[in-house]
Design a protein around this ligand. Structure first.
Ligand code: CP3
Length: 350
């Protein structure tokens, strides 16, 4: 085994252990803001990149080669499992994802199959196996990921992105038994898919519950929490840390934190000190710089980074990240400066 050139800060912080500097990675760290990504993307569609293990591995490594990041995130997307579930998927230019056969009736829901992840998403698992040796030489752990049951169900019913996911919420409220059957199927598939990623070599897993914040607390508790609990209980068996990322859930953050994940990923809705006080400092947290702050001049960006780090007070169990994905107009030089500053600042304060 090659010796690790850096301390495994990311995994230490996931376990709530002390670190030499705050670990940092960024959601959507591989993407359109990088010229090398746009170049590859001009020759392949997004779904081609995802379905080709060599290309998916190459994109995963792009930000790791360019910035001093403490973790890599597998290059894929949230939505390929919907292809495995027979719903079809395309990405429409300037519009985003479109589900070709959205679930509109109870019968549609009952016809959704239960395939195995190993059979239906083998390219993603192959990309993970391919990436580990290269990442191990660099001492950079690999994060696998998948969608949380609500966020995937919302896309499956709505047929694409939506402001309030009204169609999905209407089905949830008017056909609760069918909703439960759908959530059960998606939970089973995602548990299998994420477990397969850990077996293939992913050293942590992030579950994206990106749009669950459209729900109120009672809806979350009744229609979503039981499935998140099932999913996190199943993923405990993998032995790798599991990050639950949500946005706009400040009204019921404690409920989200109680569902059995190891860490909570938080958006920029609340200061990090408020989040940690509410959850208790033993629950590790990831976040939560406003991603648009990267578009501001350096003195302002630096101030916003300081706010996050000061809010955490140098305590263990914090991974620095943006509160939501980097936007395409982000300057890569701002990313480089951010990553180096997070490491330096924390080193000085100890
Ligand atoms: O973070 C990473 O670097 C890993 C790769 C990754 C992508 N999507 C690549 C991608 C991850 C973790 C995702 C997750 C994802 N995908 C989410 C959850 C994250 C979040 O924002 O909360 C969601 C909601 C999706 C669905 C999705 N994929 C949408 C709505 C879009 C279109 C919007 C947009 O930004 O264009 C995508 C496309 C997508 N997924 C891109 C990338 C790099 C842009 C791809 C391109 O056109 O080249």
């Amino acid at each position: 085994m090659p010796s690790s050139p850096r301390p495994p800060r990311f995994l230490q912080a996931c376990r709530g252990e002390a670190v030499d500097a705050t670990p940092v990675w960024l959601m959507r760290q591989a993407g359109r803001y990088m010229a090398e990504y746009r170049d590859l993307r001009s020759r392949h569609t997004l779904l081609e990149l995802i379905a080709n293990p060599e290309l998916a591995a190459e994109v995963t490594l792009m930000p790791v080669k360019r910035f001093d990041l403490d973790a890599a995130i597998l290059f894929s997307d949230l939505l390929p499992p919907l292809v495995a579930l027979g719903l079809g998927l395309e990405f429409v230019k300037d519009e985003g994802p479109r589900i070709l056969r959205p679930l509109r009736t109870v019968r549609d829901i009952d016809l959704v199959p239960c395939p195995s992840a190993e059979e239906s998403l083998p390219e993603t698992l192959a990309a993970i196996r391919m990436l580990r040796p290269e990442l191990d030489t660099r001492g950079v752990p690999l994060i696998g990921f998948g969608g949380a049951p609500f966020t995937l169900a919302a896309y499956a019913i709505e047929g694409g992105g939506s402001r309030g996911y009204d169609r999905a919420r209407t089905l949830m409220l008017s056909e609760p038994a069918a909703w439960q059957r759908l959530m059960k199927k998606i939970t089973a598939f995602q548990a299998d898919y994420l477990t397969a990623q850990a077996k293939a070599g992913a050293q942590a897993l992030q579950v994206f519950d990106s749009w669950v914040g459209v729900l109120g607390q009672a809806e979350y508790q009744r229609y979503v929490a039981p499935y998140n609990k099932q999913l996190f209980a199943a993923l405990k068996k993998t032995g790798v840390p599991v990050i639950h990322f949500t946005t706009r859930t400040a009204a019921y953050l404690e409920d989200v934190a109680a569902d059995g994940s190891d860490l909570l990923g938080v958006d920029a809705q609340l200061p990090i000190a408020t989040v940690r006080n509410r959850l208790g400092w033993n629950k590790p947290v990831q976040g939560n710089l406003e991603p648009l702050a990267l578009l501001a001049p350096w003195h302002e960006l630096k101030h916003r980074i300081d706010e996050v780090l000061d809010g955490n007070q140098g305590r263990p169990g914090h991974i620095f990240n943006v509160g939501h994905g980097l936007v395409p107009s982000t300057d890569p030089d701002a990313v480089a400066r951010l990553v180096d500053y997070v490491h330096e600042r924390a080193a000085v304060s100890r």
